[in-house]
Design a protein around this ligand. Structure first.
Ligand SMILES: [Zn+2]
Length: 243
């Protein structure tokens, strides 16, 4: 019978999940939370839309984690969410496959500034639901969450379309990033790498990747699930033949 439990464990054990960004793993962190962040846009109606979507994204992250992570009401912050109509030139990323980037700058042991640049020329960002998903994903990066291996997470490298809501994996990752940040703040931790990097360097710029094929992100997601379910069924019938 032990083999039954071993198989159940193998099948149900979380074989994949959230990841923290390399700069966060290297010991960089926000000196204070929440992160004050503003929406910058010359176009006032678009600015209002971005503010509303960012408010909803922040509300969801904070409600599901029980944490206070970002403050969108503080003015004058150099942390910003902005719409770019010149994405390729500004970020050096492929404008056809990347929906947005979150850039984190460091100064000494800390994250000094973060900027979310949204690819305004990508058709997926012209859909408000997708745009909100993009913002939710990029906000995760600002706290040190990297791409998750869980394809159902909003932190998965491909866009959730339609949006399924924050996954438990997203919540666990954020709670972990927050807890490590608090510990570092309490101990005034200084990474051995803190003064090896220049101020305003760009340790990582991370993109939300759009659909990876002509089938679109949704098709990719379904395909992954299809393969997984097929695999579990095969294992299960093998297991049943043993008992
Ligand atoms: Zn990303």
């Amino acid at each position: 019978m032990w083999i039954k439990w071993l198989l159940i464990f193998i099948i149900t054990a979380p074989a994949w999940g959230y990841n923290l960004t390399q700069d966060f793993l290297n010991g960089f962190y926000w000196a204070t939370l929440p992160i004050n962040i503003v929406v910058e846009d010359d176009n006032s109606s678009r600015k209002n839309v971005l503010i509303k979507l960012a408010e909803e994204s922040i509300e969801e992250w904070e409600r599901k984690t029980g944490l206070t992570l970002w403050d969108l009401t503080a003015s004058g912050s150099s942390n910003m969410i902005r719409w770019s109509t010149n994405f390729a030139a500004e970020t050096k990323m492929d404008p056809n496959s990347v929906l947005a980037v979150a850039i984190r700058y460091t100064n000494g042991p800390y994250f000094a500034r973060t900027e979310i640049v949204i690819n305004g020329e990508h058709y997926l960002n012209s859909d408000l639901e997708n745009l909100k998903t993009t913002i939710t994903h990029e906000l995760g990066h600002t706290m040190g969450l990297d791409h998750s291996n869980n394809m159902l997470a909003v932190m998965a490298p491909t866009l959730q379309d339609p949006y399924l809501g924050l996954h438990n994996d997203d919540v666990s990752g954020m709670v972990e990033a927050h807890s490590q940040t608090e510990n570092r703040q309490l101990t005034r931790y200084i990474s051995p790498l803190a003064y090896e990097q220049k101020t305003e360097s760009q340790p990582l710029s991370c993109g939300t990747i759009g659909p990876t094929s002509a089938l679109g992100a949704n098709a990719f997601l379904s395909l992954s699930l299809g393969i997984l379910i097929g695999f579990v069924r095969k294992l299960w019938s093998w297991f049943k033949s043993l008992i």
